[in-house]
Design a protein around this ligand. Structure first.
Ligand code: SF4
Ligand code: SF4
Length: 86
């Protein structure tokens, strides 16, 4: 599943540079996650690093609109980082 940034975001800028997939960017009011680029950090970290660095608890949550299996997340990782080697 991709993750989602909720309205609790205070635009502290901590998460954006930490994302290994460049999935986080500033939206109209708060930061947002591109679901097509978020792999839950699979292939890079044990746990979602944006959640780890966010200072406001429960601001970054599972995106219910983007349910994906672990296999689908791995496929996304390969497409994002190793497409040239397929
Ligand atoms: Fe980026 Fe990982 Fe957060 Fe997804 S979970 S937005 S890949 S840092
Ligand atoms: Fe918003 Fe949390 Fe990212 Fe800071 S780390 S910009 S509060 S989502």
């Amino acid at each position: 599943m991709a993750l989602l940034i909720t309205k609790k975001c205070i635009n502290c800028d901590m998460c954006e540079p930490e994302c290994p997939n460049q999935a986080i960017s500033m939206g109209a009011d708060i930061y947002q996650i591109d679901a097509d680029r978020c792999t839950e950090c699979i292939g890079h970290y044990e746990t979602p690093t944006c959640q780890k660095v966010c200072p406001i608890p429960n601001t970054i949550i599972i995106n219910p609109a983007h349910q994906e299996s672990e296999e689908q997340l791995w496929d996304k990782f390969v497409l994002l980082h190793h497409a040239d080697k397929i």
